[in-house]
Every structure is written in structure tokens, then in C-alpha cells.
Design a protein around this ligand. Structure first.
Ligand code: SF4
Length: 476
């Protein structure tokens, strides 16, 4: 790729970008004086929490440049699309979306369209965008978020698409602000990348190898968040359980979790994603020991048979997974468990599906993210010969879903008349209802005043429905 650059990221770049932010802010001020309105930006995010968090950083930086957020893309002077390449469907949606932005350039020739995220880490995607979507002004990768101000500045002066996609694993860039979506809840990256190479997954090729942030930097960020009103943090990484291995002074994830749990004023801590091969008993012990570490465990099993787990290169067995689940259930009070499942992986048999359903019944998940396998270019599973026909995948998917739903509904209905403590997150004007989550990540709706947002309240479950819970306040 002609414009791919092999540059080691350095914190000097942050200083350069700080200057650029100031330059663009001054220009945008001039625009506001001339046209009587601020420039507006629209941002759309596909995919996982890592992408959400990158978008928070981008949003913070463009707001500092003086752009104002709009939810109407037709009104925007800057459009940012943060993409995901984990599923083919998401990629197709992105292409469709980029296409719809083309006519906007006629209305507003100064509109800048920037595309970033995992999809851009794939060379063939960048080539396709350059060839077929010439109205795109900036393309940048997952390792280039910190350099967006400079790329945006270039886009204002260059005719051709500005492209910067580093495919090396850079050092961790610190010092980027985030515009958090919810102030009371915040995502905190503890590491980037993944070393696992599950055969269906594109992430190690797009997000690079594992790099952990220094423990003290993470703790300082969390203390600062708490000082500013955050009550809940989610520690994020593709595989949080292997946190700290690459640091000059290695730290384990349980050590980090224990220190985070001791941050004064922090009410709730969640983490994701855990890999069953790396989740140690020490982590489960810390979950059991501290009240503010959520009793919610997201532990993706993906498949129920050892043959499929091996083909997926997951590096654990059904037996070792169940061993971990048993230990967690024995030691963590009120534990809730969720998982990820892939249906239709190459070579999957009816027997594999039966084994998966058995495992689901044994674990009794509280929720699950179930996906139909889709081939991803550049992954080993894409090359496998024994792909499963789509119609069979769908039949198996429905069968697994039915087994899951039966358990999830049964567990929800058992909560009738129970009193649960929730952190109130949202208020809906429409039906004057508040929404919050329990320590185990269950969603609860109830009537109440908007001022309760950010508070912990006790709710009696009066109406457990199939997939959500309704209740009333018993104590504030
Ligand atoms: S652990 Fe596997 S599925 Fe998860 S990001 Fe790494 S390679 Fe992908």
C-alpha cells in the first residue's frame, strides 16, 4: 500500500497534534464568526466496546477543535465512521453507509468524510475505498486514532484521500482525552491487541499484538474518573486475563483488579473480555472478595465440543471450561454468567450442537451473544473446506437459541418479588421510566424521578418478563 507508513508512534506526536487541535479550533472560530454557526460533526460507531472507546477519544478531540455534535448526518461538516470487521454483515453496512454520504458533498463541498477502525487495517478494504469511494477524505487505522487531528488538517489541504494505517504494533499512546458516553459509567482500556489467533477471528491482524498499559497509569485514570463522578468502570481488553505480561515489570490481571477494587469511591467494576484459557482462580477470588467487583462474568465458550474448540484454536477444553465455571459458582455469591457462541463453524456436526446444548444446560447462562459463523478473509477458518451451508446454520442457530431462551426466561421469572440493588443509568421521557442494572448486569425498569440517575436504589421485582425485569422502588 503506497501510503502505509512504518513509523513508530511516539508521545511527541501528541504534542504535534495538540498544536493542530489549537490551529483548527482557531479556524473553526473564524468559521463561526463568518457564518453564525459552529461546524458540526457526526460520528457513527460499529462493533465492540474497544471501538466505542476509540470513538469517545475521537469525539473528545474534535470537540476540542470546536466542532459541535449533531445526530443528523446531513447537517454535518465532518463525518467519522468507526468500522468493525468482525462480521461480514457489519462490513457491508459500512460500504452502504459510505455510499449514502456521497451526495452530501455536492451540498457541502467542504464536508470531510473520515473512515477508521478495524476494517481499515485490511489493505484490500483501503484499496477498495480509494478506488470506489473517492468522496472519502481520510482513512486511518486503529493505531492512528491519536494522529487524527493532523490527518484532518491534511484533508483540508489535500485533494487525494489522506491515508494513514500503521500495521505495526506501536507503543501504547497515553494522554488522549475521552468524551465518555455516560459520566457515571466509563470504559477504561487496560490493554490493546491479542496474541491468540482464534481461527475465525480477524482481530489479531487488525488490532495487533498484546500491549498493556502501565498499572499506575490505569489507576490514575480511574481515580480521576471517580473524582469526577464516575461510579462504575469496565476494564477493557480483547483478553483482559493476560494483562500485564508484556510490561517491563509484569503485573497479573488479578493484581490490577485488586488495586482497582481499592480505589476509594469506586462503586462497581466490570471487565471484559475474559479468555477461558487465561482466567485464573485468583481473578475469581478477587471477584468473591470485593463487593464492588461485579459478580458478572462474561466467559465466551464459543463451542461445546473439544473437536470444535481445537479447530477454533481456543486452547482450552470443555472440561477445563466447566471446571472454571464450577469454581466461580462455588465462590462468587449471586454470580451471573454470560457467553459468546458461534454456530455453523466449519466442520460442525449435529453432535457438536447437542454437546453445546448440554453445556448450556449445565452452565445455565443468564445471557448469551449467539452468532452465526461468517467467513472472514485472511483468517484460517476462511480457508477450511468443510464450510456449513447457510440453511443448516440457521436451523442449528434456532435450536441453540431455543435452549438458551428457555433457561434465561426461567431464571428471569424466578426473580419475582426479589429485591435487587441497581445503579440507575437512564430516564425515558416517553414513558417516564428509569432504567438501571444490577450488579450481575441484569436490566431493570421502574417508575421514578430523573434525579435518581447515578444513584444506587433497591428495587422489588414485581413483573419479571421474558427478557427484562420491571419493578418498584423499595428504598432510596
Ligand atoms: S481471543 Fe480469539 S476471538 Fe478474542 S480477540 Fe483474540 S483471536 Fe479474536
Amino acid at each position: 500500500m503506497s501510503k502505509r507508513e512504518l513509523v513508530i508512534p511516539s508521545n511527541d506526536l501528541l504534542a504535534i497534534n495538540e498544536n493542530v487541535i489549537e490551529e483548527i479550533r482557531i479556524e473553526n472560530e473564524g468559521f463561526e464568526k463568518q457564518y453564525g454557526r459552529k461546524k458540526k460533526f457526526f460520528i457513527i460507531t460499529y462493533g465492540c466496546q474497544m471501538n466505542e472507546h476509540d470513538s469517545e477519544k475521537l469525539r473528545a478531540s474534535v470537540e476540542r477543535m470546536g466542532y459541535q455534535l449533531t445526530f443528523v448526518y446531513e447537517d454535518a461538516d465532518l463525518i467519522i465512521v468507526n468500522t468493525c470487521c468482525v462480521r461480514e454483515n457489519a462490513e457491508l453496512k459500512v460500504y452502504g453507509k459510505i455510499g449514502t454520504f456521497k451526495p452530501l458533498k455536492q451540498k457541502n463541498p467542504n464536508l470531510i468524510i473520515a473512515i477508521c477502525g478495524c476494517m481499515m487495517q485490511q489493505q484490500h478494504v483501503v484499496e477498495e475505498i480509494k478506488k470506489k469511494y473517492r468522496h472519502v477524505d481520510v482513512v486511518f487505522g486503529t493505531h492512528n486514532v491519536h494522529n487524527f487531528p493532523s490527518l484532518l488538517k491534511d484533508a483540508y489541504t489535500q485533494k487525494n484521500t489522506v491515508v494513514q494505517v500503521w500495521d505495526i504494533d506501536g507503543e501504547v499512546i497515553e494522554g488522549l482525552d475521552s468524551h465518555r458516553k455516560y459520566e457515571l459509567k466509563a470504559y477504561v482500556n487496560i490493554m490493546y491487541g491479542c496474541n491468540n489467533f482464534c481461527t475465525y477471528c480477524i482481530v489479531p491482524y487488525t488490532r495487533g499484538r498484546e500491549r498493556s498499559r502501565e498499572k499506575e497509569v490505569i489507576l490514575a485514570e480511574i481515580r480521576d474518573l471517580v473524582k469526577n463522578g464516575t461510579k462504575e468502570v469496565t476494564l477493557l481488553g480483547q483478553n483482559v486475563n493476560s494483562y500485564g505480561k508484556t510490561l517491563s515489570q509484569p503485573v497479573s490481571f488479578d493484581e490490577l483488579l485488586e488495586e482497582v477494587a481499592q480505589v476509594e469511591g469506586l462503586k462497581r467494576i466490570k471487565f471484559m473480555t475474559s479468555h477461558p484459557k487465561d482466567l485464573s482462580r485468583h481473578v475469581l477470588d478477587v471477584m468473591a472478595k470485593y463487593d464492588n467487583v461485579s459478580s458478572y462474568l462474561h466467559l465466551p465458550v464459543q463451542a461445546g465440543s473439544n473437536a470444535l474448540l481445537k479447530a477454533m484454536n481456543r486452547n482450552y477444553t470443555r472440561e477445563s471450561y466447566m471446571e472454571t465455571i464450577r469454581y466461580a459458582k462455588e465462590h462468587i455469591p449471586n454470580l451471573t454468567i454470560s457467553t459468546d457462541l458461534i454456530i455453523g463453524f466449519p466442520g460442525e456436526t449435529e453432535e457438536d450442537i447437542e454437546m453445546l446444548i448440554d453445556l448450556i444446560k449445565e452452565v445455565r447462562y443468564d445471557s448469551a451473544f449467539t452468532f452465526i459463523y461468517s467467513q472472514r478473509k485472511g483468517t484460517p477458518a476462511d480457508e477450511m473446506e468443510n464450510q456449513i451451508p447457510e440453511d443448516i446454520k440457521h436451523v442449528r442457530f434456532n435450536k441453540v437459541l431455543e435452549a438458551l431462551n428457555e433457561i434465561i426466561i426461567e431464571k428471569n421469572l424466578q426473580l419475582k418479588d426479589e429485591v435487587v440493588e441497581i445503579l440507575v443509568e437512564n430516564y425515558s421521557e416517553k414513558d417516564q421510566t428509569l432504567m438501571g442494572r444490577t450488579d450481575g448486569n441484569r436490566t431493570v425498569h421502574f417508575k421514578g424521578d430523573e434525579s435518581l440517575i447515578g444513584e444506587f436504589v433497591s428495587i422489588k421485582i414485581t413483573e419479571p418478563k421474558k427478557f427484562s425485569l420491571y419493578g418498584e422502588i423499595v428504598e432510596v
